[in-house]
Design a protein around this ligand. Sequence first.
Ligand code: ACO
Length: 436
Amino acid sequence: MKLADNKATLSFSNGSPSVDLPVYHGNVGPDVVDIRKLYAQTGMFTYDPGFLSTASCQSAITYIDGDKGELLYRGYPIEQLATNCDFMETCHLLLYGNLPDVAAKAAFTKRVSNHTMVNEQMQFFLRGFRRDAHPMAIMTGLVGALSAFYHDSTDINNPEHREIAAIRLIAKMPTLVAMAYKYSVGQPFMYPKNNLSYAGNFMHMMFATPCEEYVVNPVIERALDRIFVLHADHEQNASTSTVRLCGSSGTNPFAAIAAGVACLWGPAHGGANEACLNMLEDIQRMGGISKVGQFMEQVKDKNSSVKLMGFGHRVYKNYDPRAKLMQETCKEVLTALGLENDPLFKLAMALEKIALEDEYFVSRKLYPNVDFYSGIVQRAIGIPVSLFTAIFALARTVGWIAQLNEMIGDPEYKIGRPRQLFTGSVRREVQPISKR
Ligand code: ACO
């Protein structure tokens, strides 16, 4: 970051001396006012619940221009990456900062493939869960448990440990998600097949059985790979900030990523794809497209808690570029599977059309986000709705780990410790129980 020529001056109406605060430029995007010395200089904190105006770190990984609807990984537009690169190349880019050439890609892919199996003991751990447990409950447990199985990569301060933990996490997430699925449907776990692509291997572990040969459908393989690319990183969102905060205490990478998985589960974040599909199915049950108007009235009613899931974003105040790409993939997959007339897709298109023209959504700059179409794609592929967020977690793992490793390598990194504006009782004395 570069120090700007100008400074910010904070003055107070009660005559307290004003303070000058340094301003920094990033390479692109808004400048930041450095308030690190504010407390020492004024005895005051800043107040910013939800981090609406707070940059929590400096980062060189992902850049979003929410007004333009632009998303760049390491400078490359998401549209170019989704069209020209696969998930392994994207992982290499996020982790190491550059797109691999042919040899580097082959070496990286081989490295990841070598780690796709999980310790055999993990399946006994998994069997402790109820069969109907939510896959995200299982994933939170399994990812955290990795630290108990891979002791040799748990020192976050050791760059070699961080590197091997990164590869292990990227390699093992598909195996864990597929195991969680197979367990829920009572089918045998399928071991990974390392001659398949990352997405193809995931499909094999999900949908193959030991009874017959499974052939990967290339359209679905490409669609899944695109889902992974589009979800790979997204700057300092809630789960990534959770991973950074959790990792800032020096805990091991598996524990920090498990915290990210837990955060992602919420319906305001990664859980939105599941919530969106459930919403579409509810409207379909109510009568489908003919009920869209009625549903929209509920969404706009301030007294109802109904939201149009898959719409709106904290940062994008324009069309989410990932949603456009996902809509494209959605059409491709539905056509390939002969589901062009899928009623849920038609319903989604009708909802989107109305919302994009409605004053409520237009004035609030609410556009479809990536989750609006990803649920329809996943459902068409045969992925159960409850597994959607786990697949998001699988894809986001590379972003989380890249961000975590960037933080540990940052000389300015400190344990994260926000402060508060206290509104509780001031000091009082404990009374004996008989007098309370
Ligand atoms: N449906 C209806 N109204 C909405 C929606 C929506 N999906 N999203 C926002 N609004 C309204 C809010 O009620 C608010 O209205 P008001 O100004 O009259 O009070 C206004 O738009 C601003 O919304 P906020 O909630 O203040 O925006 P915030 O940045 O805090 O929230 C969020 C963003 C959480 C994504 C929100 O838009 C939402 O809940 N969307 C639905 C869930 C969803 O799709 N999440 C996925 C996010 S993307 C991802 O994680 C991959």
